[in-house]
Design a protein around this ligand. Structure first.
Ligand code: PAF
Length: 286
């Protein structure tokens, strides 16, 4: 696996690969790779000739009060894991390469960014959209692979690719989970032993909500209440949101319609650690 730090070098490599008719897939990450990322790299490998993994902890998507400085980093380990999973290139630019002194462009996505993660982190998705556009411009892929775990982020990137007419196919891969259901996340390392045990409540709450929807419950407030009740069985949990919404536009109708796909979204703090997770369920037709 080749390490590439310069945008111009990455672009030249991709252009040359394209001249050889190679299909290129990119897996954007912020590093501290876990099995979730490695599954994305493996999926990328199965759909393309060349996999570029990007590793950049993007300062633009963290608010001043968030964990940018503390975000876990382990470059040596990431290089080894990315290579073992099948990555051909690791694009790892510095902050000054991505955002030089005269940098002045920010991409703002509207609509789907009016709620949930955006309500809690108002500048987050502008930072994500901006860095993803830059990473896609640098790597020039045919395919871009993202995990379903960051569900609202996948909608933001879908919108970005569509609105800016990028000729890139986005692939969304299912969330990789620990054996007890906890969604894999680089932030799980922040959890204490007790918090780690209690964190499974998020997966259980999603399961309860799926179950009542599949039994015919269409009232959004009831579905939300079921998730809140389950989450509150861990008394110290702080719920940012636990909400059912339309999976395409995040609309929140009073009642969902037969055959509508719902996304169940949860963000909650266990101690100081904020975890997010989601699940999809389709309303039965009868
Ligand atoms: O999901 C992530 O790890 C990041 O938000 C991404 C897409 C790599 C952009 O920094």
């Amino acid at each position: 696996m080749l390490l590439v730090e310069k945008i111009s070098e990455m672009q030249a490599i991709s252009a040359s690969l394209k001249r050889e008719n190679k299909k290129i897939a990119v897996v954007p990450t912020m590093g501290y790779l876990h099995d979730g990322h490695l599954n994305l790299i493996k999926k990328a490998k199965s759909s393309s000739d060349i996999v570029i993994t990007t590793l950049f902890v993007n300062p633009l998507q963290f608010a001043p009060n968030e964990d940018f400085d503390k975000y876990p980093r382990d470059m040596e380990r990431d290089i080894k894991l990315a290579e073992e999973a099948g990555s051909d290139y690791l694009f790892c630019p510095s902050a000054s390469e991505m955002y030089p002194q005269n940098y002045g462009t920010l991409i703002a996505i509207t609509g789907i960014t009016s709620k949930f993660e955006s309500a809690m982190r108002p500048t987050h998705f502008n930072g994500v959209a901006t860095v993803v556009a830059k990473l896609l411009n640098a790597t020039q892929p045919h395919f871009a692979i993202f995990g379903q775990k960051d569900f609202q982020q996948t909608l933001v990137i879908k919108q970005l690719i569509r609105d800016l007419n990028m000729n890139i196919q986005m692939i969304i891969a299912p969330t990789t989970r620990e054996e007890d259901g906890l969604a894999m996340s680089s932030r799980n390392v922040y959890l204490s032993e007790q918090e780690r045990k209690d964190a499974t409540i998020i997966y259980k709450a999603l399961g309860e909500a799926i179950s009542i929807v599949q039994k015919g419950e269409k009232r959004r407030k009831i579905v939300n209440a079921v998730m809140h009740k389950e989450l509150r069985s861990v008394p110290y949990i702080r719920i940012d949101y636990a909400a059912a919404a339309d999976s395409e536009y995040l609309f929140e109708p009073e009642e969902f319609l037969p055959s509508q796909q719902i996304v169940l979204l949860i963000a909650a703090y266990l101690g100081k650690t904020r975890l997010i997770d989601n699940a999809l369920v389709t309303v039965p037709t009868i």
